[in-house]
Design a protein around this ligand. Structure first.
Ligand code: NAD
Length: 457
């Protein structure tokens, strides 16, 4: 089938490459000329495991192409997938201007019957409006219908998630549209759930917001665990045996980030309000997450007089491992607070550092400074405080003893609960994590005093 994809971001590019991998003839369209050139040169503008290899292979075999010339790509496509951004607006609603631009471009370009498929996450009812909009501006006398096909991939495992998805949701209003999507997805051999357009749009928000709710719920419980002396990891383990709860998304931490959960929770809350309904569970999800993002900073500010003149190791900048995406990352909330307090930050991230450096250039910044280093140990060397924001593999490889040996004052704030509390205690690292007991300086001091007394006697 001849497929065009509008937008070569995480969703559009991965979808385009996977459609080509499954034998379709794909043209990816983007307005960003630099990106398109990069793609033509065989380089992925985003970091996703396995993506570049598949791009090159399918390009060499003639199944995928890239262009800024949308008219050429859309005019004779059987299906046009829209994967452009729907970012958050100041009032929490989704910005649909990129979608409407593509819809207009499609209306002016198509020369044969085609199915327009909205992959972007859009508020319920948007597909109806996109269809109407295209019909309003349609130049040629052809049949154009709109279908919803929300995307569920997770950044960091986007290619795998697309090729091995648990389900494909298609929302259509006619047998014609449904059969085109069934044909496109047949080679994927993945269960297809076929519903109407509005239900498909809602499935996406309801799924994402449920996952965000699960995260906020566990973080809320984690905060209470700290106050009452329970351990969130033991609690999560105990909960996970219940199949009704499931074992995933039970890790406590410093909140969710990324390009989806934050905006999709706000957009659904906005949609509910617009319809005169208070979506209280989603509102609570948003509130808990906001507080959780700066939990480590708040804890450390209670412990230290100042960050001024302290060497602060920041481990991990991206919103999660496996991606170079910084959108809504905890690092973006905490780093400016630390800089304002005069911290000299040494930041490490295996792939996200260049993107972060564009926002916070190396050197003096606010009242402190920021330096980007190429390995974890360099960040930790002679540091006074360490913050772990992302659980990248090479950060997890750092042993508790290395914190003790490398840091000037081993004080660690771990937002991802990487280490066992006992292991940090054993090597006398002051350690604060989420929802578990802390290894306080007072405990360590006692342990050291006891050790000294034993030696003396
Ligand atoms: P992105 O910002 O990474 O990419 C969007 C791309 O669209 C950009 O390259 C931009 O240049 C391009 N674009 C803008 N206008 C265009 C036009 N008129 N024609 C062609 N290209 C155009 O966005 P993303 O992260 O891929 O997300 C896209 C949509 O998918 C959003 O609605 C998002 O909520 C949803 N989604 C994202 C993810 C994710 O993990 N990123 C997962 C599921 C769903």
């Amino acid at each position: 089938m001849k497929i065009a994809v509008a937008g070569t971001g995480y969703v559009g590019l991965v979808a385009g490459v996977c459609f080509a991998e499954k034998g379709h003839n794909v043209t990816c369209v983007d307005i960003d000329e630099k990106k398109v050139q990069q793609l033509k040169d065989g380089h992925s503008p985003i970091y996703e495991a396995g993506l570049e290899e598949l791009m090159i292979q399918n390009y060499n075999e003639g199944r995928i192409n890239y262009t800024v010339n949308y008219a050429d790509a859309y005019k004779d496509a059987d299906a046009i997938f829209i994967g452009v951004g729907t970012p958050e607006q100041p009032d929490g609603s989704a910005n649909l201007s990129f979608i409407s631009t593509v819809a207009r471009q499609i209306a002016e370009s198509v020369e044969k019957n085609c199915l327009v498929v909205v992959k972007s996450t859009v508020p319920v009812g948007t597909n109806d409006k996109v269809e109407q909009f295209i019909h309003d501006f349609l130049v040629n006398n052809v049949r154009v219908e709109v279908a919803s096909n929300p995307e569920f991939l997770a950044q960091g495992s986007a290619v795998h998630d697309t090729l091995h998805a648990e389900r494909i949701i298609i929302g259509t209003e006619s047998k014609w549209a449904e059969s085109i999507l069934q044909d496109i997805y047949k080679p994927f051999n993945i269960p297809i759930v076929s519903v109407n357009r509005k239900s498909a749009e809602m499935i996406k928000y309801a799924s994402n917001d449920f996952l965000a709710l699960k995260i906020s719920y566990m973080n809320d419980i984690a905060n209470l665990c700290e106050l009452v002396g329970a351990d969130i990891q033991d609690v999560a383990k105990g909960m996970s045996y219940d199949e009704r709860i499931g074992s995933k998304f039970l890790n406590a931490g410093i909140g969710y980030g990324g390009s989806c959960f934050p905006k999709d929770t706000k957009a659904l809350d906005y949609l509910a309000k617009q319809n005169g309904y208070e979506l209280k569970t989603v509102q609570a999800t948003i509130d808990v997450n906001k507080e959780q993002k700066t939990l480590l900073y708040k804890k450390s500010s209670r412990r230290l007089i100042t960050f001024n003149g302290l060497k602060v190791a920041v481990l991990g900048l991206t919103f999660k491992p496996g991606t170079d995406d910084l959108r809504e990352a905890a690092s973006l909330e905490n780093v400016p607070l630390l800089l304002e307090q005069g911290a000299d930050i040494y930041a490490y991230d295996p792939v996200g550092a260049p993107n972060f450096e564009r926002i916070y250039p190396e050197g003096k910044n606010l009242n402190g400074s920021i330096t980007y280093v190429s390995d974890v140990q360099e960040a930790l060397k002679n540091a006074n405080v360490c913050f772990i924001f992302t659980e990248w593999g090479d950060i997890k490889e750092i042993t508790p003893l290395m914190y003790k040996e490398l840091m000037q004052t081993p004080l660690v704030y771990d937002g991802r609960n990487i280490y066992a509390v006992e292991d940090m205690e054993k090597v006398q690292v002051e350690y604060h994590s989420v929802g578990r007991r802390s290894v306080e300086r007072s405990i360590l001091k006692e342990a050291i005093d006891n050790e000294l007394q034993t030696i003396e006697s």
